[in-house]
Design a protein around this ligand. Structure first.
Ligand code: SF4
Ligand code: SF4
Length: 374
């Protein structure tokens, strides 16, 4: 049986609040009866990405507020959260600057694995990752609302709900552990050691050092040094190096398996039917929101998708993007879309569908969906 995915089209042609995207989001939340997922007095983590200094394409706070208001209306207790992506103290300030704070959202905004990013619980994962550490505010919760900003990604090409769970619901720096024993970097680096550095290509420009969230790279004169203990294997330095002097030997197949294993591990902490997903297909830039900048969107806004099936919602998101034309004045401007491929796959040179197909093989949902227009 196909999973239902509800679709709020970004096109609005009538001049009245009820036709607006926000108005239709309010209406569909009412109609969906979220009490099925979130009980009275139940604490509901609203998992999202809270931005990065320099990046500005994240989910607009007014949409998050609609979700908070609805959860409060059904007498659940929402709080907005993410795991540490840059140091926790700075991440909270970043969230505040992005407009995610208790005043704008009418809900607490907290770091799920604590201000130091080390408050997490070990869970079993699959054959590749073995075990992972889940932020305690997510592990201890009995349900979760997942808000994902859809965009591109360096390793998986496409970033949606699967990536939001797989990477965002895993601690980067579990207490007392090295990154390789359970941190998020396991997925980026897959048991490899530090990234490879090519002395011949390096111009010692220090862009990698400026983008490192852990100050793990020191570039002085003709010296390039990485502090193994500080590096949490986020891969940002590899992405930003203009010379291609940094390299991670990452297999797309292994990365997709890692994403599926991690998503499965995160979902294993909830009873079935206790996680709901909303994907926001706005401002779809080529890179992850972790970067220290945002580029112009590569396809036009598509709208909002809602579902309780993580595979179905990401498949529907990717299908909408695949049908969309690359936008002028964007990184995708000169792309010629090939049949069955989307702009993100073409931009990053990896097939976005792989993570969705792998997650389906793991039994996390179905790519057979019915799109219901709202
Ligand atoms: S960004 Fe690349 S070229 Fe610049 S210092 Fe780092 S490794 Fe070298
Ligand atoms: S992977 Fe690179 S950017 Fe990330 S923490 Fe390590 S050195 Fe810093």
């Amino acid at each position: 049986m196909p999973s239902k995915v509800y679709f709020i089209n970004a096109r609005v042609e009538k001049f009245d609040y009820q036709y607006s995207v926000e108005g239709r989001l309010e209406r569909i939340l009412e109609k969906l009866n979220l009490r099925k997922y979130f009980a009275e007095n139940e604490l509901v983590p609203i998992k999202m990405h809270l931005g990065n200094p320099g990046a500005h394409h994240t989910i607009r706070p007014n949409f998050v507020r609609v979700v908070v208001d609805h959860l409060k209306k059904i007498k659940a207790k929402p709080f907005v959260t993410d795991s540490v992506r840059i140091k926790g103290y700075e991440y909270l300030e970043t969230a505040n600057r992005m407009g995610y704070n208790p005043m704008s959202l009418d809900a607490p905004v907290i770091i799920a694995d604590g201000i130091f990013g080390s408050d997490s619980v070990k869970v079993k994962a699959g054959d590749l990752l073995k075990e992972l550490f889940i932020p305690s505010a997510i592990y201890d919760a009995s349900c979760m609302m997942v808000l994902s900003h859809v965009k591109g990604h360096i390793d998986s090409s496409y970033g949606g709900a699967i990536k939001n769970l797989a990477m965002g619901c895993v601690s980067a720096v579990p207490r007392g552990c090295k990154w390789s024993e359970g941190g998020r970097g396991k997925m980026h680096f897959q048991m490899g050691e530090l990234m490879a550095w090519n002395n011949d290509l390096c111009t010692f420009c220090a862009i990698c050092a400026h983008n490192c969230p852990m100050d793990a790279i020191t570039v002085e004169g003709k010296s390039f040094v990485v502090d193994d203990d500080k590096c949490w294997r986020c891969g940002r330095c590899v992405r930003v190096c203009p010379e291609g002097a940094l390299f991670v030997p990452l297999s797309m197949e292994n990365f997709s398996i890692a994403l599926a294993e991690s998503t499965q591990a995160v979902l294993s902490t909830f009873k079935p039917g206790k996680v709901f997903y909303i994907n926001f297909l706005f401002d779809m830039q080529p890179e992850c929101d972790c970067m220290s900048m945002s580029d112009t969107p590569v396809v036009q806004d598509q709208g909002i998708l809602l579902s309780d099936d993580i595979v179905a919602i990401d498949k529907a998101s990717l299908d909408l993007i695949t049908q969309a034309k690359p936008l002028p004045q964007s990184k995708a401007e000169s792309l010629v879309i090939k049949e069955g491929l989307d702009v993100f796959s073409l931009l990053h040179g990896k097939d976005s569908k792989t993570q969705i197909e792998t997650a389906e093989k793991f039994g996390l949902g179905t790519s057979d969906y019915e799109l219901v227009n709202v």
